[in-house]
Write a protein that binds this ligand. Structure first.
Ligand SMILES: Nc1ncnc2c1ncn2[C@@H]1O[C@H](COP(=O)(O)OP(=O)(O)OP(=O)(O)O)[C@@H](O)[C@H]1O
Length: 735
């Protein structure tokens, strides 16, 4: 293989479909013809090509390119990206742009050989010019990386991660095996790696490509909730994205299994962490449940009587049964719909355990659910992540939990709320942090949507029938007053709901056309509801939609609602990011867990870390100069978002029902209209309706409401926890 460097002088031919290009390259001492897959080339670009000379029958000697690297960027974007990446103190995007405007593609040469010239730019003194020059020398590899990867749409943030991982081998790895990035670097998925590979001319049959395509397919399926895929389904799905013959995929699955990257179990293919978690959860649950406790020496009936007297309440038979089971067993599940007395039962259980000095610890999967649990129990509840003392591995990429089998939680009883939201990986980590002899009580509503992450944990545990479980189904008097609760139960049973009863809290407004539904929703939020109920239209009303796209999907509703609830104003800064306008005052939602996002209270009296998927906040300030958006969460916690982090935020005047899980709002408004049948499901409607505390207003066509109530088809997930639990128990496969 030979390397040649030069500038593209002419593009003689380019096949837009496969990127095959014939071009002339002006080198230091010659002009040569190069051929190969070079889809991203532009005139004037300096590139380094690797390949070999061939002699074409008609055209004579040509250089056949195996791979290439852009030496200076096709546009000046790369230079701007590097200069404004924050690497050089005092140089932000504005100065970067000025430099590039002045020196164009010569910028790099000037910075390297004559940085003094930078002083011609307003805002750059001799010292800063020197600093820029020095930083160029010092971080040569990183700079090259940022500049070279910009044309592929890879920004400086990801380049930093690549550099951190591979150091001075970065460019070599990126060009030789971009698929490695998909495996090692957060933020680079298979598609992006495949794109880079294509541009570098890597064969579609490359082993790395097939392997990463299979892993990508499995990762996709875990994000759809599956813990594994049956092999034939995996092959078909991978074929769709890899576009190659099945036999290559089948062979590579075997290779991956031999290489310990996937696990094949009875024709089911797992990514290793999911396999370990599914088996781990199963084993630990059985161990915890089979633990033989010493007699607690309490008269439970007497304790219950005492509490009933104190609280002036008569617990239902099922509640009493739940209390006894929770006290007796190593693992216990309490489930039931809204208003069925789960909290009352849990509070009694806590009181009994604490009366005999047992240490009870509470947690829930999200910050909001933990906050609610603290309020209803009057006892501190943490997120599961905090409980397990989450931190980061040395390279900052992986989450690690300080509480684990080596240093388990110091607790006699661990109670977890909203378990329907806990996925298999989190459940495994939680159980690893619990020692044998600690009692585990899992509480949740198994009819709600399952966890966002993979697995069907709560449902599988309940339906395995091997763990003690009580389902509360009686709606108590106070709850019966609420049509929200009554209707939620009706929906759950597939019965028609009671609508529009006077002075109640559950309304349906019939509209058939999407446009009318939309207008009615806008009118309700803007005028009717705030005027009548005297509430804050921005904070207290939440619009929930089953879907993202379409007239009544989240994206369109957010645009419309932004115009009404937070219109453009010369007093409010705004910034456009990926076609969305972020404006001071906007209601926004964090859309992924960011455990180390720092926040500080307004008066700076308290600081902390962690903003979680589903947390809702408001844009407080936009600093255009520093390119930072400040968002205020929970009334007084302010978190800072660089513009490059804005993909973590979404407008949330309206959110999907999925994202609303674990939250509650005073008022919920939902459009009821045509959508793909998998989105018109009973448990989606049920989850949406049960988010409301004071008022539900459904707007749309009653026929779709009926359809949703009847549509009990739950889109099943591939999960083997239920079967494994039954099997492990029967076959006694515990060490
Ligand atoms: N045995 C009982 N007798 C009378 N009222 C009860 C009883 N148990 C609970 N309640 C009341 O019913 C209402 C709902 O109870 P609780 O909050 O415990 O239910 P929940 O299942 O936790 O509800 P949600 O899921 O909606 O939070 C409360 O007002 C509670 O005081």
């Amino acid at each position: 293989m030979e390397n040649i460097k030069g500038m593209i002088n002419e593009i003689i031919f380019k096949n837009e479909d496969n990127g095959y290009t014939v071009a002339t390259l002006e080198t230091d001492d010659d002009e040569i013809t190069i051929v190969g897959c070079l889809p991203t080339l532009s005139l004037g670009e300096t590139i380094k090509v690797t390949g070999k000379w061939i002699n074409h029958k008609i055209y004579g000697p040509q250089f056949e390119v195996e791979s290439f690297m852009i030496d200076t960027p096709s546009s000046v974007d790369g230079i701007i990206a590097y200069l404004s990446s924050g690497m050089i103190k005092g140089v932000g995007p504005k100065i970067a742009e000025k430099i590039v405007q002045k020196f164009g593609v010569d910028t790099i040469n000037i910075i390297q050989s004559n940085p003094d010239l930078l002083t011609q730019i307003d805002g750059i003194g001799r010292k800063k010019a020197e600093q820029i020059g020095k930083s160029f020398e010092k971080e040569r590899e990183l700079r090259n990386l940022i500049i070279n990867l910009a044309p592929y749409g890879i920004g400086p943030n990801i380049c930093f991660r690549i550099y951190k991982k591979y150091k001075n081998n970065s460019i070599k790895i990126v060009t030789e095996n971009p698929y490695k990035l998909a495996q090692d670097i957060k933020g680079i998925g298979f598609k992006l790696a495949d794109d880079i590979a294509k541009k570098l001319g890597i064969s579609p049959y490359s082993k790395d490509r097939i392997a990463q395509g299979i892993i990508y397919t499995l990762k996709q399926s875990t994000s759809e909730g599956h813990t594994f895929l049956p092999k034939n389904i995996l092959v078909n799905k991978a074929k769709e994205i890899l576009n190659i013959e099945e036999s290559y995929i089948k062979d590579e699955i075997i290779s991956l299994a031999l290489d310990n990257q996937v696990q094949i179990e009875k024709e089911n293919v797992y990514l290793i962490p999911y396999y370990i978690s599914e088996n781990g959860v199963c084993k630990k649950i059985i161990q915890l449940a089979s633990y033989e406790f010493e007699d607690l020496q309490i008269d439970i009936d007497e304790k219950i009587n005492e509490i009933e007297k104190d609280e002036n309440i008569t617990l239902a038979q099922n509640q009493k049964k739940a209390i006894k089971e929770a006290i007796k067993n190593g693992v216990f599940v309490l489930t039931g719909g809204p208003g069925t007395g789960k909290t009352t039962t849990i509070n009694t259980i806590i009181r009994i355990f604490e009366s005999i000095n047992m240490k009870v610890v509470l947690a829930a999967p999200t910050g909001r659910a933990a906050k609610r649990m603290s309020e209803t129990t009057n006892k501190q509840a943490k997120t599961i992540h905090r409980l397990l003392e989450m931190g980061y591995s040395q390279d900052d990429e992986e989450l690690v939990f300080m509480k684990n089998e080596d240093d388990p939680l110091d607790a006699d009883v661990v109670i977890i709320d909203e378990v329907s939201m806990v996925d298999i990986i989190l459940m495994y980590n939680l159980l690893k942090g619990i020692k044998l002899g600690t009692k585990v009580i899992l509480v949740g509503d198994s009819d709600q949507l399952p966890s966002v992450g993979a697995g069907n944990v709560l449902k599988d545990i309940i339906s395995s029938n091997i763990i003690s479980c009580v389902k509360l189904d009686e709606i108590f008097r106070q709850s019966k007053e609420s049509m929200i609760i009554v209707n939620a139960h009706k929906i759950n049973k597939g019965e028609s709901v009671l609508l529009n009863q006077k002075n109640k809290d559950f309304y349906f407004i019939q509209r058939t056309e999407n446009e009318d539904i939309l207008n009615e929703i806008l009118n309700l939020v803007d005028k009717r509801i705030p005027n009548y109920y005297k509430i804050d239209k921005l904070k207290d009303i939440q619009i929930l939609s089953p879907m993202r796209k379409g007239d009544l999907g989240v994206i369109n509703l957010n645009n419309m609602l932004q115009n009404i609830l937070n219109p453009k104003s010369k007093f409010k800064n705004e910034e456009i990011f990926q076609n969305r306008i972020f404006r001071v005052g906007d209601k926004v939602m964090q859309i992924k867990n960011n455990y180390n996002k720092k926040w500080e209270t307004c008066d700076q009296s308290e600081k902390g870390e962690g903003v979680y998927n589903g947390d809702i906040g408001y844009i407080y300030e936009i600093d255009k100069e520093e390119r930072i958006i400040y968002v205020i969460f929970d009334e007084n916690k302010i978190a800072k978002y660089e513009y490059s982090e804005l993909d973590e935020l979404e407008h949330s005047f309206c959110t999907t029902i999925h994202k609303s899980q674990g939250s509650e709002f005073p008022v919920v408004i939902m459009p009821i209209c045509w959508a793909p049948p998998m989105l018109l499901s009973r448990n989606l409607l049920y989850t949406g309706v049960t988010r409301a505390k004071k008022l539900v207003v459904l707007v749309g066509d009653i026929k779709y409401l009926d359809f949703m109530i009847k549509n009990n088809r739950i889109y099943s997930r591939y999960s083997n926890l239920k079967n494994k639990l039954s099997m492990f128990r029967q076959e006694g496969l515990i060490d």
